[in-house]
Ligand binder design. Structure first.
Ligand code: CAA
Length: 257
């Protein structure tokens, strides 16, 4: 069956590609369902980092599908918001790291914000156009943007609905780095490769500790970390990583055990 989300493994990293180019990869219910299914299909025994991107040269994702939303009732809209939220939350909590490689438009950048971090092309445009369409951001847009760039900047972006370019997205900390479009995906693969080269148990436990710790007060957060820290010990990769250091040699490739 035709899917709007392509899954392309490449060694121990993989791409998830939102592939609805004729609508600039806008998210309708079908794309969200396909994304949900694509996440379920990732082989977590092999894949150590996901790169999320849009198909084509022009857009990462142009937000939610306006044609689908136009005639929704309040109840249907709430359900659509929940469908988006459930998928974004699944992506955010995905066991392995996720990198959004934003080549072009990320309008209503909720998908990008649900990844662990974002890099973008110098052609990228970020913005929350929703109030100009008569609605609030959905799919976590009011929540994650404020957490990522602080409430003041998030409120400015959302109330004004003004787009920002790559350099400003970099300056406010929405993206970690900006590349020429022709270098973006190679840069993403390089980062993913560096991540994939580290001990998967440790990388996953780090992700979970950071995500879970951000939800609670610092006293509980450090306990979450203690558990994550302890969970790595007596793994083959911890033994090899520390053993190699002490023997002054390069560690063997980590085996995720
Ligand atoms: N929904 C549905 N269709 C969309 C779309 C969207 N979000 N974004 C683009 N498209 C469609 C256009 O309708 C057009 O289709 P046709 O060829 O059939 O006319 C096609 O994609 C190409 O788009 P444009 O002709 O508009 O391309 P452009 O280069 O002139 O402009 C753009 C590009 C600035 C990204 C412009 O398409 C645009 O502003 N898109 C809408 C962005 C937006 O407002 N997104 C937020 C949606 S609200 C939201 O996301 C709510 C939520 O959080 C849940």
């Amino acid at each position: 069956m035709m899917s709007f989300v392509k899954y392309e493994p490449k060694g121990n990293i993989a791409y998830l590609i939102i592939d609805r180019e004729k609508a600039l990869n806008a998210l309708n219910s079908q794309v969200l369902a396909d994304l949900d299914a694509a996440l379920d299909a990732v082989d977590l025994s092999e894949i150590r980092c996901l790169i999320v991107r849009g198909a084509g040269e022009k857009s990462f994702v142009a937000g939610a599908d306006i044609a689908q939303m136009k005639e929704l009732s309040k109840e249907e809209a709430e359900a659509f918001g929940k469908q988006g939220n459930d998928v974004m939350r699944k992506l955010e909590a995905f066991p392995i790291p996720t990198i959004a490689a934003v080549g072009g438009y990320a309008l209503g950048g909720e998908l990008a914000m649900s990844c662990d971090f974002r890099i973008c092309s110098d052609t990228a445009v970020f913005g929350q156009p929703e109030t100009g369409l008569g609605i609030t951001p959905g799919f976590g847009g009011t929540q994650r943007l404020a957490r990522l760039v602080g409430p003041g900047m998030a409120k400015q972006m959302i109330y004004t609905a003004r787009n920002i370019k790559a350099d400003e997205a970099y300056r406010i900390g929405l993206v970690n780095a900006v590349y020429p479009l022709s270098d973006l995906y190679a840069a993403a693969e390089k980062l993913a490769g560096q991540i994939a080269g580290n001990a998967p148990i440790a990388v996953r436990a780090s992700k979970q500790a950071i995500n879970d710790g951000l939800q609670v007060d610092i006293d509980r957060a450090v306990v979450i970390e203690e558990k994550a820290f302890g969970s790595c010990f007596q793994s083959a990769d911890q033994q090899e990583g520390m053993g190699a250091f002490l023997e002054k040699r390069k560690h063997e490739p980590f085996i995720n055990k």
